[in-house]
Design a protein around this ligand. Structure first.
Ligand code: CA
Length: 233
């Protein structure tokens, strides 16, 4: 599949970084649109519906976190945060709100392109599932791969794109334990120092959202030190 198909929105106020990233991505074959503020970024997003967003957090009008909050109400589009903030808290906050990935500045162009390709691949896991138009049920849990709607006892559970992808992956492989590295490679397409942390954050959120009673998750079992599996009992 040609890269030309993909449209990338860059929201970054530093003009040297913005034009650098734009040049790199255009040279890689992507179509690129850019904005300098959070508010304009949201308008650009809704009018152009890009395939991926590269988002700076330190924007002049609002924190980039606000962009993630706004967009995640309605869209699963992959968002890759590109920020100078290096603290674990900042990363976790962005991932918890539904950012797909986090790259700290300074960054290498090869790394950025690899992460974008991984985000596209990860998004296609869902597309693949959707094409089957299947519905997976487990007790009161129902997953519609076509509409990407998850319900428990007919009540909708709102998942981020990454949480949905993880759940879809576990259900698709419901006969086995999925190891941490299998999940990480399938969802993000690569494994690095922050992978386990990203998986833990997403899995904790996912399990919490699927809980019927606080502290009791009967759908996903954590096989300590190994991975996760769907509880079919
Ligand atoms: Ca900035």
């Amino acid at each position: 599949m040609s890269n030309n198909k993909y449209k990338i929105l860059i929201i970054e106020d530093e003009s040297n970084i913005r034009s650098f990233v734009q040049t790199v991505l255009e040279a890689t074959g992507y179509q690129v649109i850019t904005e300098k503020t959070c508010e304009n970024g949201i308008m650009m997003f809704t009018s152009h519906l890009p395939d991926i967003v590269i988002l700076d957090l330190g924007l002049p009008d609002q924190d980039g976190i606000e962009f993630i909050k706004t967009i995640r109400k309605n869209y699963f589009t992959p968002i890759i945060v590109l920020s100078a903030r290096t603290s674990e808290e900042d990363k976790v906050a962005a991932l918890e709100l539904g950012a797909n990935d986090y790259i700290t500045k300074p960054f290498g162009t090869a790394e950025l392109v690899a992460r974008i390709k991984a985000a596209i691949r990860s998004n296609r896991i869902v597309d693949m599932e959707s094409s089957k138009k299947g519905i997976f049920t487990l007790h009161s849990l129902k997953i519609n791969f076509d509409t990407r709607i998850v319900t428990i006892s007919d009540k909708e559970v709102h998942l981020t794109q990454t949480e949905f992808n993880i759940l879809a992956l576990l259900c698709q492989n419901s006969s086995k334990v999925m190891t941490y590295s299998e999940i990480i490679n399938a969802i993000w397409g690569y494994y690095d120092d922050s992978s386990i942390k990203k998986l833990q954050v997403n899995m904790a959120n996912l399990r919490k959202k699927l809980e019927c009673k606080p502290g009791k998750n009967k759908y996903i079992i954590n096989e300590l030190g190994v991975g996760y599996r769907i509880n079919k009992e």
